[in-house]
Design a protein around this ligand. Structure first.
Ligand SMILES: Nc1ncnc2c1ncn2[C@@H]1O[C@H](COP(=O)(O)OP(=O)(O)OP(=O)(O)O)[C@@H](O)[C@H]1O
Ligand SMILES: [Mg+2]
Length: 264
C-alpha cells in the first residue's frame, strides 16, 4: 500500500480586508480536504481566484491556517494540534514567475545551494557536493558553465529550470508547482512541462501541480482536485475527471481545454 505523504483536512483560510472603511471577508479556502500519495502527481485546477495559490502558501507555511489540519509525512505541520515546526527542505515550491522568485544578485550556484542551509551539516555537505550540484544542473537541462552566471543572463525557460533545480536540491518528499509555466513564453511551456514529467519519473518525485490549464493537468497528473471559489468540488483520477466528470463545474472547465497537451 502506498502511503499518504500529505493529508489536508477541512482546511479554511479567510482574508479580511477593508475598502472605504467597509470590512470584507474573502473565503479563499473553504473546508478543503485531499491527500497525496508518495510518488503521485496530484493536480489542483480551478479558475483565477479559486484559491490554488492560497492552498500552496498554507502548505509552505507562508500563510497561517485558520482551521483544519495539514499532516505531512505523518507529522501535523499546520492547524489543529500542530507543533508549529515546518519540515524545511522536505517540501519545496516552484513559483509561477522565475523572474521574481530568483534573487538577481546571486549566482545560479548560490541560488541552487540556498535551501540546503535548512538542513543538517551532514546532509548539506552530501547534497551540496560539487558532484551533486553538477548532476542537478544537468538533470534540468543546463550546463556546468551556467552555475557562475546570474539570473538575468538566462531566458525565462532557463530561469525556471534553475528554480526547479533549487527545489530539488534538498531531495524533497513533496514538490509544490504553482503554475510553473504560466509566466513563460508559449514556445517553452511544453519543454518545461516535459522536463517536470521526466524528472518525476526519473526520481520518483511527488508533485502537487497547480494549474488552470486542464490540458496540461491531463498530461501530467494521476489524480486531480477541482477547486471552485475556494471549495474542492471534485477529486478523482485523471481518467474519471476526463471521461466521467460528475460536477457541473468540472464539465465547464473541460469545455475550455486547449489542444496543446491533450495527448498523454
Ligand atoms: N494575502 C491576501 N490578502 C487578501 N486576499 C487574498 C490574499 N491572497 C489571496 N487573496 C484572495 O483569495 C482568493 C484566492 O486567491 P489565490 O491567489 O489563492 O487564487 P488562485 O486560484 O491562485 O488564482 P490565480 O489562478 O490567479 O493564481 C482571491 O480572491 C484573492 O484575491
Ligand atoms: Mg495562483
Amino acid at each position: 500500500m502506498t502511503e499518504n505523504i500529505l493529508q489536508v483536512s477541512h482546511l479554511n483560510k479567510t482574508f479580511h480586508f477593508k475598502t472605504k472603511n467597509v470590512k470584507h471577508a474573502n473565503h479563499a479556502v473553504s473546508d478543503v480536504s485531499f491527500e497525496i500519495k508518495q510518488g503521485e502527481v496530484f493536480g489542483l485546477v480551478g479558475e483565477s481566484g479559486s484559491g490554488k495559490s492560497t492552498i500552496a502558501n498554507l502548505l509552505m507555511n507562508l500563510e497561517s491556517v485558520d482551521s483544519g489540519q495539514i499532516i505531512f509525512n505523518g507529522e501535523i505541520i499546520a492547524g489543529t494540534d500542530s507543533k508549529n515546526t515546518f519540515p524545511y527542505g522536505d517540501i519545496q515550491i516552484v513559483f509561477q514567475d522565475p523572474r521574481s522568485s530568483l534573487d538577481p544578485r546571486m549566482s545560479i550556484r548560490q541560488i541552487i545551494e540556498e535551501p540546503l542551509k535548512f538542513l543538517s551539516q551532514e546532509k548539506r555537505s552530501t547534497l551540496g557536493s560539487s558532484e551533486n550540484i553538477l548532476k542537478l544542473i544537468r538533470a534540468v537541462g543546463l550546463r556546468e558553465e551556467h552555475l557562475d552566471r546570474k539570473p538575468h543572463q538566462f531566458s525565462g525557460g532557463q530561469r525556471q529550470r534553475v528554480a526547479i533545480a533549487r527545489a530539488l536540491v534538498t531531495q524533497p518528499k513533496l514538490v509544490v508547482l504553482d503554475e510553473p509555466t504560466s509566466a513563460l513564453d508559449i514556445s517553452v511551456q511544453a519543454q518545461v512541462i516535459n522536463l517536470l514529467k521526466s524528472l518525476q519519473k526519473e526520481f520518483g518525485l511527488t508533485y502537487l501541480f497547480i494549474s488552470h490549464n486542464m490540458g496540461v493537468v491531463k498530461y501530467l497528473c494521476d489524480r486531480i482536485g477541482v477547486l471552485n471559489l475556494g471549495k474542492l468540488v471534485e477529486v478523482a483520477t485523471n481518467e474519471e475527471i476526463f471521461n466521467r466528470p460528475t460536477h457541473e463545474y468540472t464539465k465547464k472547465l473541460l469545455s475550455s481545454v486547449p489542444t496543446m497537451f491533450q495527448e498523454g
